[in-house]
Structures are given as structure tokens and as C-alpha cells.
Design a protein around this ligand. Structure first.
Ligand code: 5GP
Length: 116
């Protein structure tokens, strides 16, 4: 069994978070340390540690991440100007929390894709 992270507690509402959306498959909440005017994390309710652990069984939940991202972007008023969706994996990807998550960032120009 993979080790739970703080995100499982957020899903179960055992610790506070600014949840903007939740359904049977995914939960979305504002990042505690926003890197842009809008920075929301969208996560599967099922604990999948990294993209490397994804299976075909997860396709519906992971597809839901995108439909929810589009819905939230519309609600946040950033859909037309655009935004960026980021999924980090492991050390080189800069992943810090090992519960797969999609970052939705926007609300301002985001610059080049990779800072090097
Ligand atoms: P990663 O680097 O793993 O892709 O991103 C993890 C993200 O989770 C970071 O942007 C970090 O600010 C956010 N984060 C970590 N702990 C918490 C928390 O307890 N609450 C919220 N809302 N965000 C968190």
C-alpha cells in the first residue's frame, strides 16, 4: 500500500484547505504556496503516488482532472487568456508530495515553460 500524504487528509476534510471542487473521483483546492495569481491543485481521490504508478484503471479519474481543470479555469475567469497544467514526477520533475496532482496555474503571463 502506498503511503498516504497530507492530500488524503485534505480529501477527507481532516485538515483545512480551500476546496474549490470535489466529486466522487477528484478534489481541487488552492495551493498553500501559490506560484501565480491562480494556483489550484487537482488530485484524484484515489492515492496514486506518481505518474509512474498510473494504470488503465485510472483513466477515468485522470481524464476527470482535465474536465475539472477546464471548469475551474472558466470559474476563475482565466480560461480565455489561458493557463498552464503541470504534473511533476519524482526527483527530476520536482515532485514534493507523492499523491499525483495537476497544478492549474494562471491569472498572469507565465513566461517560458522551463526555467533553466
Ligand atoms: P509538487 O512539487 O509535488 O508538484 O507540488 C506540491 C504542491 O503542494 C506545492 O505547490 C505545495 O505548495 C502544495 N502543498 C503542499 N502541502 C500543502 C498543503 O498542506 N495544503 C495545500 N493547499 N497545498 C500544499
Amino acid at each position: 500500500m502506498p503511503q498516504e500524504t497530507i492530500f488524503s487528509k485534505i480529501i477527507r476534510k481532516e485538515i483545512p484547505a480551500d476546496i474549490v471542487y470535489q466529486d466522487d473521483l477528484v478534489t481541487a483546492f488552492r495551493d498553500i504556496s501559490p506560484q501565480a495569481n491562480t494556483h489550484i491543485l487537482i488530485i484524484p481521490n484515489k492515492l496514486i503516488p506518481t505518474v509512474n504508478d498510473v494504470t488503465t484503471e485510472d483513466e477515468i479519474a485522470l481524464g476527470r482532472l482535465f474536465t475539472v481543470a477546464a471548469k475551474i479555469a472558466e470559474q476563475e475567469g482565466i480560461a480565455e487568456d489561458g493557463y498552464r497544467l503541470i504534473v511533476n514526477c519524482n526527483k527530476h520533475g520536482g515532485q514534493e508530495v507523492f499523491h499525483l496532482h495537476m497544478h492549474l496555474v494562471g491569472g498572469e503571463p507565465l513566461g517560458r515553460m522551463l526555467a533553466k
